[in-house]
Design a protein around this ligand. Structure first.
Ligand code: PLP
Length: 374
């Protein structure tokens, strides 16, 4: 490591790819030239090497310990992003089922998950926020189908900044959750789920790898149903084949997986685990929401209060010209990535794990000055 090399990055508030910890970037910089003790660049190391098998093994182990997974869980590191899981999940768990799957439509990303599911089997949407403009999440007393094959939902709608602060659904229906933008941002009660997936590029590392946590017993039950019905999947799309191949069915993204391992180590040993991380994340969000809620004359928050995300804060200025001026001024002052998603416009402040509390303080001070000077 060469601590003399200074970098002068902007504060990166982007919603994705998201910010990574400085210490991880420094270790990656070193590994790009030579992985410590290996005499090879990270970009040229064989995915069949003992070193890489060790990386996958430790990555899996760290995730199991952080997420509190028991021996029924399998951890996979796949490619194709969360979007690939939008297909693989219904291909495996819905194809050939008589019972519909329940899909909650709570924002941009859960809407995207519907089309591939509908191609595979019957889908019901017990709740949709579409007609009301995605400002809230389903109420706690929503009635769910107790016979559904599974319930799919997105724990944190990255575009709208809506986050579940309780787990929806019924205990007897397997829960399948896209946690791409809040995985490992807070303690996780894995007992409530059958499948959890999260691509790396929001809160966990660079793009290229997607973590899939899967209950083996549930997958086994599907295997038997599929054998009876003669349903077969191409190897790459088959979770069972991926498990047998220990996530190395074809050439895996070695760089991205190594970066995820560095982030996991950072989270455990530098931060101190999920509870500490959750406390820091809550403090960051409290600063931002606390400041923005005084500005109701100038701005409008996308999410209603009970559903506000601790990861993504989406809002718009009532005056679009002022909004543009704000974005330009912020960029010049060193705050990057504040534009809202292209589907929604407005602004979005993303507060992923690696965003330091001090950067959030700096942003809030900057915003205070901006509004003060009007
Ligand atoms: C960004 C995002 C996606 C899209 O993921 P890809 O890896 O680009 O396919 C899916 N779900 C959520 C919750 C997201 O935030």
């Amino acid at each position: 490591m060469n601590p003399e090399i200074q970098f002068n990055n902007l504060h990166n508030f982007s919603a994705g790819p998201g910010i990574l910890p400085d210490s991880v970037l420094r270790s990656l910089q070193e590994a790009l030239l030579e992985v410590p003790g290996m005499g090879l660049s990270l970009l040229g190391i064989s995915h069949r090497s003992d070193w890489f098998l060790q990386v996958v093994q430790e990555c899996t182990q760290q995730i199991c310990e952080l997420a509190g997974l028991d021996a029924d869980w399998e951890v996979l590191l796949l490619q194709g992003g969360a979007t690939q899981q939008f297909s693989m999940i219904p291909q495996t768990f819905l194809q050939g089922q008589k019972q519909a799957a329940d899909y909650l439509e709570t924002g941009y990303w859960s809407s995207k998950s519907l089309q591939p599911a509908r191609l595979c089997g019957p889908v019901q949407v017990p709740w949709s926020g579409r007609t009301s403009g995605f400002h809230s999440l389903p109420p706690a007393d929503l009635s769910y189908n107790p016979q559904a094959s599974f319930l799919h939902f997105v724990s944190n709608e990255t575009v709208e900044g809506l986050q579940f602060h309780r787990v929806p659904g019924l205990a007897q229906v397997p829960r399948v959750c896209d946690m791409s933008s809040d995985f490992l941002s807070r303690p996780l009660d894995a007992a409530q789920y059958h499948l959890i997936y999260a691509h790396a590029q929001k809160n966990l590392g660079p793009a290229g790898v997607t973590v899939v946590l899967l209950r083996k017993s549930w997958l086994q039950a599907q295997e038997e149903r599929k054998k009876v019905n003669g349903l077969m999947l191409p190897d790459y799309q088959d979770y069972q084949r991926q498990i047998q191949a220990r996530s190395i069915l074809n050439t895996p993204p070695v760089f991205a997986i190594y970066a995820v391992l560095l982030v996991l180590r950072w989270l455990r040993y530098e931060i101190g685990g999920l509870q500490v991380m959750a406390d820091i994340n809550r403090a960051k969000a409290a600063l931002v929401y606390g400041f923005l809620s005084q500005l109701y004359e100038q701005i409008e928050l996308q999410a209603e209060e009970p559903y506000r995300s601790l990861m993504n804060v989406a809002f718009r200025f009532r005056d679009p010209l002022l909004e543009r001026r704000f974005l330009q001024t912020a960029q010049l002052a060193g705050f990057s990535g504040l534009e809202g998603h292209r589907s929604l416009g407005g602004l979005r402040i993303s507060l992923y794990n690696a965003m330091p509390l001090q950067s959030v303080r700096d942003l809030v001070d900057f915003m205070a000055d901006f509004f003060h000077s009007l």
